[in-house]
Write a protein that binds this ligand. Structure first.
Ligand SMILES: [Zn+2]
Length: 373
């Protein structure tokens, strides 16, 4: 255990919040525990289950890796925040007026209801995965001549090996739904959610998270950088310790390599994957979780405070985007019936149908012009 008295440690200027004692009378609340910072001695409170605890005074990260095993995380980085609360709202507002699907004046109509800073912990497991595999490949050959010519299949033993490097981020908390947007920022997950309301032709507007390097732009962890953006009191502790992050990365790679190997032969009989872990880093990613409301409805936006961009967001589809989609579809249908009208002499119904669809498109636009967003 670290020493409780900390002679020579920096004086703690702000009073520590007095945490509710866990008396027997109150069992319902979350269990708050305390440990002393291994560097400055400041008391660090944390919730039961949290095991990667960063001191908001000196920035040291203490990891509770099992009974009596308290270590300091040395490889400890930060994506420096470059956007405070107002800048985050500015970034989100810029995003709200961008693109075909959103109304240009959307930022002027919304009310910002919540701006929550969070500095999220990620483990970055740098490793190399080596896989050897062997199996059987189904092949075919033509045998015989003339009439007795036929195709014969046969099996051929095949084998191979491949190596891949990984820097996979592992979110250091159990529950990816406790904060909005966290699960959306995994590569390949849907991150942009258009709200179509009652409109039925829901064409496009959503987006998936690209595969990007979470370590890009990192610096050594600095509590002062977080203080500049007023985010130092919003560091989220990790629940998943380094060892578990490592094994979760291993399992992910083994599964990935299994799938990859199985694509290389008709039958894969034997796969052996070895993983060399080159290093594990803890990276803190500063984000702003924003909520705005429009016409009585709430929408979420997650802003990357370091890269200054929207990572994930919900936005209502503008009325003119809907009208454009509606009109294109209805005019196309009208055009099809008009062509039928031209090619079939003297029949009235294709022209009437074309007129109904074309007229509906025009009526929808007129109605759009009069309606509120
Ligand atoms: Zn400290």
């Amino acid at each position: 255990m670290p020493e409780e008295n900390n002679s020579g440690a920096e004086p703690v200027e702000e009073p520590i919040e007095i945490q509710a004692e866990n008396t027997a009378a109150d069992d319902t609340g979350p269990d708050i525990q305390e440990v002393s910072c291994s560097n400055c001695g400041a008391p660090l409170s944390y919730m039961e289950g949290e095991a990667v605890i960063t001191c908001e005074y000196c920035g040291t990260t203490t990891m509770l890796a099992g009974y009596d095993n308290i270590v300091t995380v040395e490889s400890h980085y930060l994506l420096p925040p470059k956007a405070g609360r107002d800048e985050a709202i500015g970034i989100a507002s810029g995003w709200l007026k961008k693109g075909f699907y959103k109304s240009k004046d959307l930022p002027n109509k919304v009310t910002w209801r919540k701006t929550e800073a969070r500095v999220l912990p990620y483990w970055i497991v740098r490793c190399t995965g080596n896989t050897r595999w062997s199996g059987q490949q189904k092949r075919s050959k033509t045998v015989g001549e003339g009439k007795s010519k036929r195709t014969e299949t046969y099996w051929e033993p095949v084998q191979g090996r491949f190596t891949e490097d990984y820097t996979g981020p592992v979110y250091a908390r159990e529950d990816t739904s406790e904060f909005w947007g966290i699960r959306n920022i995994e590569p390949g997950k849907q991150c942009i959610f258009p709200d179509w309301g009652k409109f039925i032709f829901r064409l496009g507007g959503s987006k998936r998270t690209p595969n990007k390097d979470l370590l890009e732009g990192k610096m050594d962890f600095s509590i002062d950088e977080l203080k500049k953006a007023n985010m130092h009191e919003h560091i989220i502790n990790g629940q998943i310790v380094q060892e578990r992050a490592e094994s979760s990365a291993r399992n992910r790679i083994i599964e990935l390599h299994q799938n990859k190997a199985e694509g290389k032969a008709t039958k894969v009989m034997d796969i052996d994957t070895t993983i060399d872990v080159l290093g594990v880093d803890l990276v803190y990613v500063p984000v702003w979780e924003l909520v705005y409301s429009l016409a009585g409805k709430d929408y979420n936006v997650l802003v990357d405070a370091s890269r200054q961009e929207v990572l994930s967001g919900e936005a209502p589809v503008g009325k003119w985007a809907k009208a454009t989609i509606f009109d294109i579809i209805f005019f196309l249908i009208a055009a099809v019936f008009a062509v039928i009208g031209v090619t079939s002499d003297g029949i009235a119904w294709p022209w009437i149908t074309a007129g109904v669809f074309g007229g509906s498109a025009i009526a929808y636009s007129v109605w759009t012009a009069t309606m509120k967003e």
